[in-house]
Ligand binder design. Structure first.
Ligand code: BEZ
Length: 214
């Protein structure tokens, strides 16, 4: 039974692993950048094929956000390597990030990526966004039957990066460029100085301002 439970704000556990791009030490590989570690259930499966091609196609978007990406499944390295050709054939995108071959479940157990009541041998679709400080900033868990929305993951990274630099949060369905919410720890007087574009108080506890870094 897997007991790992990784929560927001925890240190992302470091590990060493064999990947399609050679052996990695996770902390050394991410080297102070943002990182996404995501698992998929199984090689040569349809949803996973579309997901990995999509992530490969989004590489410029991850790079713009100073973010590296690493995939994982419990299949062996030779299987990952053979599957990469199919992913390129189907999606038009060559896989351009390392995929961990976690046949011994070392990393998937460390991160709680196997949910035995869903499937006791395959990883679920987990996502961990890890900050430059190696702390976990986001966790997501999807079932095998549902491919993830990687635009949403980019959107969350945009929010995480913005809210780590300014005293703001982002509202429901926020997209980059839209107004943001001023933290309630900031007084109106201070908000006038920090947010020179001004703000609107919809309620005393809900003050919105244009995105401050634009
Ligand atoms: C898929 O990627 O399509 C898939 C993987 C494992 C179980 C079910 C579907």
């Amino acid at each position: 039974m897997t007991t790992a439970s990784i929560r927001l704000g925890d240190d992302a556990p470091n590990f060493t692993a064999q990947t399609t791009q050679g052996p990695v030490d996770f902390y050394q590989w991410k080297a102070g950048k943002w990182a996404i570690l995501f698992s998929h259930p199984k090689d040569f499966t349809p949803v996973c094929t579309t997901e990995l091609g999509r992530v490969a196609g989004l590489k410029p978007e991850f790079e713009k956000r100073n973010c590296k990406v690493m995939g994982l499944s419990v299949d062996p390295l030779d299987s990952h390597k053979r599957w990469e050709q199919d992913i390129a054939d189907v999606t038009g995108n060559a896989v351009n990030f390392p995929m961990i071959a976690d046949a011994d479940h070392k990393v998937s157990d460390l991160y709680g990526m196997i949910h035995p009541n869903a499937n006791d041998t395959q990883t679920v679709r987990s996502v961990f966004v890890v900050g430059p400080d190696n702390k976990v900033k986001l966790t997501l868990t999807y079932p095998a039957s549902t491919g993830r929305n990687f635009e949403e993951i980019l959107r969350v990274i945009d929010s995480l990066q913005l809210t780590s630099s300014y005293s703001v949060s982002t509202p429901a369905d926020w997209k980059p460029g839209e107004e943001v919410i001023i933290a309630n720890t900031i007084s109106d007087e201070d908000a006038k100085k920090r947010f020179p574009k001004g703000f609107v108080a919809k309620k005393p506890y809900l003050r919105v301002t244009p995105q401050p870094n634009l």
